[in-house]
Design a protein around this ligand. Sequence first.
Ligand SMILES: Cc1ncc(COP(=O)(O)O)c(C=O)c1O
Length: 334
Amino acid sequence: MTPLSDLSAGFPRTPLGHWPTPLEPCHRLREELGGPLIWLKRDDCSGLALGGNKTRKLEFLLGEAREREATGVVTFGALQSNHARQTAAACARIGLPCDLVLTNAVDRATTHYRTSGNRMLDDVLGATVHEVADDEAAIMCAAELADADPDRYFIDPGGSNAVGALGYVAAAAELVGQLQAEGVEPAEVVVASSTGGTAAGLALGLHHGGCDASVRAVAVYADHDHTRGAIERLTIATSELLGVDPPPADGVVVVDRSLGEGYGIETAASHAVIGTLARTEGVLLDPVYTAKAFADLVDSLPGLDPAGDVVFVHTGGQPGLFAYVDSFAAGPAG
Ligand SMILES: Cc1ncc(COP(=O)(O)O)c(C=O)c1O
């Protein structure tokens, strides 16, 4: 691997996170499961209000917002959106009003789901929250906010556009440097994928950083075709923004076998790996994103070189554990 410089350098950026996030080997997990050594890229430790992958995207998105002299920020998500919570925190940090338009996209009517976890933190962080019934109502709410103040900066769901994906182009450059320092050449970089910006930025940054590992994007929001389409569109848009070639199509492998019955609905395997990783490594996964992606990784271990290495990008989301507290009432997972 011969690293190139970070392609995202030179774009407007607002410092929000603690970089680099650690890259940690899971030796005790390997003793329990066998197979390759899994390295955790700890983006859950990004440093902004309980951390997560959105910190990296928001550095570039809010960089652009500031450059445009925006008077406030509006974004969208599910009731337990990690992106919404991180946006609220980022806005608090730089002193911009934040409006969150949240849709109840998950069929989970528990009090904890509706009031705890990320949803509670949105209030603590001072955001103005608009809870709406569905996507149509969200669009109407956004239009009203835009009419009331046209200088607000609107962020796409999940922070996923070409500017947001720059955060993971930068993350890939950081990761390539850490892998070189450790002398590790992973076969795969595994990550949970929803709106696709994280996987797209990683694939682009790894490819141009001289790292041959493919990105395994584990779909947790929608099926394979939808997720693959989102990642492809974002990869092309981000490549155009940077003025570089997109990575080869086989640089990203999309899988959806962990999706189960859908977004935000746990599976037996996702519930179990939360317990496994917690008890072997003291690391917490979240029920909606990282547990499903990690379940896919655990399932694929027998097909991987047991002498090799794999990277799992821990994208955060742990406040979601408190929204799903009812699922743990029967005892520890796993
Ligand atoms: C914890 C966590 N992991 C992964 C993702 C997926 O990232 P992306 O939307 O860029 O695919 C999200 C997005 O909301 C998230 O909150």
